[in-house]
Design a protein around this ligand. Sequence first.
Ligand SMILES: Cc1ncc(COP(=O)(O)O)c(C=O)c1O
Length: 479
Amino acid sequence: MLEVEWKPDKQSGEPVYQQIIKQLERQIIDGELPPGTVLPAERALARRYGVNRGTVSAAYEELRASGLLQSLQGSGTWVSRHLWGVQQIPNWHKYTNGGAFLPAYPLSKRIGEACFAPGIINLAKAELSTPMISALPLERLSRIHEAGLELGYAHPKGSPKLREVLAVHLRTQYGITASPEEILVTSGAQQALHLLSLCLLSPGDAVAMEGPSYFYSLPLFISAGLRLYRLPMDDAGVLPEQIRFLHQKHKIRMVFVNPTYHNPTGIVWSESRRRQVLEICQELRLPLVEDDAYGALTLPGRAKPPLPIKAIDKSGVVLYVNSMSKTVAPGLRIGWLAGPRSVIERLADAKQQMDFGTSSISQQLAASFLDGDSWSTQMERLSSYLLEQRQTMLDALEKEAGDFLSWNDPEGSFHFWCRLHRPLDEEELLEAMIREGVVCTPGSVYGAEAGWLRLTYSWESKAGIQEGIRRLTRVLRAF
Ligand SMILES: Cc1ncc(COP(=O)(O)O)c(C=O)c1O
């Protein structure tokens, strides 16, 4: 596909037709325009690049002469199918499409690109805003620096100091008992999920996950050759008997769940549902991966969620995953997995082979942050920040969007899960939002049926949220 954002720079002094040649050559050679790709007609490309038709004509002519393009009267212009004979270059298209690791899904990729567009209002980004992160009490960093930064490769399981601190943190904040030997430090929760899918499962294995779920936004399970089955949910969590059913029918080998402030629906599983699911997994001897990335984000004045399933698991079937991304800063890339020693050792060995350990600077910072009172200070700041952000979005939704959307009332986390009163084509909707200067996440990214949107209030300023909802409403009205 032609690069959407690119335009020739008329001020650069380089002839515009040569800039177009270079741009197309680069895209052809890098495999972005594979052999056989039909290019736009001269007039259409000229309009897109804001140049006159003759300029595109000259560029096409020269690319034809070099053998990169072919044209036929009445059939248009396309990238030469015999390119690899003409040019002494590898067939990058074949390589980039041939790797075992799958690219991101097109809708997710498009949202990711749009997030960097200047002026866009971002109601998709599940991240704390820059002012929140830059106000972190990080003065400890200079103290760590004075005491001497450790810059060697970290221990494969993570720095011993951080694992000790995490063992205390898990006990005091989440009621989870895990020794430092039962904790693996990872580069975010994401890496923990990736390691699990690669090291404990084999291609062809079946796994179950909530439907919808954050996990569906990750092609990494499919890249690992896993077969995914959906666990239906109600307001109290997944329906436990469905685990037994999928186990009998498809021999599922692992269950992935996100029981507290589930992404994207915000559901908090009830305590009894947690116990029922745990009992079934114990009975079936089925590992249960509990992703608790949002678990600490209860809004002020709302009921605390029940303890994580890991806290009531005496048998060791639960593999508990969490990180500092949603509570402190995603750029630290500090996550962890708590589980049986044998699992930690297997994953640590793989992690060592992949990346020689998570950044030791981040680990020192994380240990220092979680060891002192910074965590509780941060959680206080964070909960009042999120409450205000959420109220701003709620007011804006009530004022603007009630004719088009209904939303839920989560007790914590970053998002509203919204039902469109009329399901729309999500690709068209996303493009219309981007044109209007706003982006949020269509539900199909999480495997939801058509007609859902996730609206996130953690990133934008209050004015941004208000304007974002106005823009979104304009788009919905136009549809
Ligand atoms: C439910 C859930 N789990 C895990 C992650 C990954 O977080 P990280 O790798 O930054 O810790 C995310 C990120 O959005 C998430 O929403």
